[in-house]
Ligand binder design. Structure first.
Ligand code: NAP
Length: 285
């Protein structure tokens, strides 16, 4: 199949590496010529250009730009596509994306590979990034069944775990497990930086080890991605942040009241619940 990828960064480049290894011809478009050259060099694409006209022969186009560039990119892309071309995106937010792109292109399927790291750009792209990771598709009642099957047929062989849900359900779910953690982790780093004694702050930096590395990782990543989560998933994120603040308030009260029993009960409950979020179910045969 001829696959188009717009936005040759971490996600677009990684998809290119994987899809090429499955025998597809991958055509890449990015904003900078240097990125296009690097994508060819890295083997993420067969051909690349800064012009969307390269994608006129694409059967499927993956939109992998930052969320803020998607609407304008699709308006520019449409004149180059045939009506049979399936368009899908990889954006971390689905409600806004689907509401914006579905009216523009009938053969559109919203998608979100739940994989990534804190790096950005084509040099961060990696082969096998999506292996065993969830890949969410968010079709609506308007999405053509054939378009859904086409996207499934491309991403399932990458050994992803496919899920389907409504775009708004996706946004509420990822607010809890992706967008809230970014904000909490960022607040953790910011709180440490508020230590007024410079010597203590220096000592804290020197002593920080695996626990701090784990809990600060997502908050110390790509700022653009964090802003996009807040901007395009504002309602669900606000709901999650408010609930999180309530839990912090309860903890503050329990610590202040030296209520160790309540704290222990809370931590035991969390310890039991965590595996349900992080244990990977086996792939369906
Ligand atoms: P990224 O590494 O910064 O890659 C995005 C690339 O898009 C940039 O390298 C840039 O390449 C290119 N670009 C920017 N504006 C463009 C435009 N107007 N037209 C064409 N190309 C443009 O970011 P990413 O992490 O891959 O994120 C891309 C998308 O994946 C986002 O929508 C994000 O929500 C989604 N996502 C991210 C993650 C994650 O963990 N990072 C996970 C799942 C989904 P140039 O060098 O050419 O400017």
């Amino acid at each position: 199949m001829n696959i188009g990828i717009v936005g040759l960064g971490l996600i677009g480049g990684s998809l290119g590496l994987d899809l090429r290894s499955h025998g597809h011809r991958v055509l890449g478009v990015s904003r900078k010529a240097a990125t296009c050259e690097r994508a060819i060099e890295r083997g993420a694409v067969d051909d690349a250009s800064v012009s969307l006209s390269l994608l006129k022969s694409a059967d499927v186009v993956f939109l992998c730009t930052p969320l803020g560039a998607m609407e304008a990119t699709v308006d520019e892309l449409i004149p180059h596509l045939t009506s049979a071309t399936v368009l899908t995106d990889v954006g971390s937010v689905k409600g806004w994306v689907v509401r914006t792109l579905e009216p523009r292109w009938a053969n559109f399927v919203g998608g979100h590979p739940m994989a990534g790291n804190t790096e950005t750009g084509i040099d961060a792209a990696q082969f096998g990034l999506f292996t065993h990771a969830p890949y969410v598709l968010t079709p609506t009642e308007l999405t053509p069944i054939e378009a859904i099957k086409t996207v499934e047929g491309l991403v399932q062989p990458l050994q992803t775990r496919l899920y389907h849900c409504h775009p708004d359900e996706h946004d509420r779910a990822v607010a809890w497990i992706s967008h809230l953690p970014v904000m909490v982790s960022a607040s953790l780093i910011a709180s440490c930086l508020d230590e007024p004694d410079r010597a203590v702050l220096q000592l804290a930096k020197a002593l920080a080890s695996s626990g701090f590395r784990d809990t600060s990782r997502v908050g110390g990543g790509n700022p653009e991605l964090g802003v996009m989560m807040a901007r395009y998933n504002r309602d669900a994120l606000l709901r999650s942040l408010t609930v999180y603040r309530d839990h912090l308030d309860q903890l503050i009260a329990q610590v202040a009241q030296a209520d160790w029993t309540a704290i222990e009960a809370r931590l035991c409950h969390n310890q039991k619940a965590r595996p349900e979020f992080v244990e990977v179910p086996p792939l369906e045969a």
